[in-house]
Design a protein around this ligand. Structure first.
Ligand SMILES: Nc1ncnc2c1ncn2[C@@H]1O[C@H](COP(=O)(O)OP(=O)(O)OP(=O)(O)O)[C@@H](O)[C@H]1O
Ligand SMILES: [Mg+2]
Length: 234
């Protein structure tokens, strides 16, 4: 589904992503685990075309997207859900969703009713201004809005950021069910390996300057949690 080959990304003269490669299979669920500032968000932004790489290649379903602008990458089926929640102001929850709709002729296409089925709280608040939702509800709205574009792969940046443990649990449960029951591919970014374990099967352990220290499975982490500490000194 996604292949990143030896990319280098610079932000204002700083070499942030240095020779990063990774891949995500169709229907797979992969996580990038790493501490603050290692380049996780920049990796997602680079894939999305927001901070294009200076060298290397990015391929979606085998076709190169390296130099495409973000809206064209979105049209290839990539959805990006940033950690900061950007709700369109002065629009209701439902309007936020409708605005993001990109119909698909796939049999398993997302409709607003199917999305509400996963996020009942959004349905009950559909007439409310989106910016008046709680943090957890706003996170759900951002994920729901991404689904309305009928993506093939979702880039999900720290969905737990700024949420209380109880809300994290709710969001994680919904996202987990969502990916289990759909064909959607996931590339997740997390600092919390317990959340990563619930959502992804394969984990790239990212150290400073985006260096991949190891690639481990959820089983390997569950057998030996110290494996993360050894590679990332978390
Ligand atoms: N707009 C910017 N201008 C300058 N430096 C930046 C910019 N955005 C990111 N950086 C730097 O790039 C590095 C990687 O940032 P990035 O946001 O990708 O890290 P991250 O792994 O997502 O961190 P966090 O876990 O805190 O979200 C950091 O050192 C950061 O300071
Ligand atoms: Mg980040």
């Amino acid at each position: 589904m996604l292949r990143v080959e030896n990319i280098d990304t610079y932000i204002g003269g700083s070499h942030i992503i240095q020779g990063l490669s990774l891949s995500v299979e169709k229907g797979g669920a992969v996580c990038i685990l790493g501490r603050n500032g290692v380049g996780k968000t920049t990796t997602l932004r680079t894939i999305m075309g927001l901070t294009p790489p200076r060298s290397g290649r990015i391929l979606i379903e085998g076709e190169e997207t390296t130099k495409l602008p973000p809206h064209k990458i979105a049209r290839r089926g990539v959805a990006y859900v940033p950690a900061e929640r950007h709700i369109f102001p002065d629009l209701t929850v439902e309007e936020n969703l409708i605005l993001a709709e990109r119909p698909s002729d796939r049999a398993d296409a997302w409709t607003i009713d199917r999305v509400y089925g996963y996020f009942p709280v959004l349905s009950s608040r559909r007439r409310q201004d989106g910016t008046t939702l709680s943090g957890g509800e706003q996170q759900m709205l951002c994920i729901a809005r991404a689904l309305m574009g009928n993506p093939k792969i979702m880039l999900l940046d720290e969905p737990s950021q700024g949420l209380s443990p109880l809300l994290v649990k709710t969001v994680v449960q919904i996202v987990r069910r969502l990916f289990k029951e759909s064909e959607l591919t996931l590339l997740l970014v997390e600092q919390n390996f317990r959340i990563a374990l619930q959502l992804a099967k394969k984990h790239y352990l990212m150290g400073t300057k985006s260096k991949i220290q190891a690639i481990v499975s959820s089983e390997e982490i569950m057998k030996d949690e110290e494996i993360i500490k050894r590679h990332l000194s978390l």
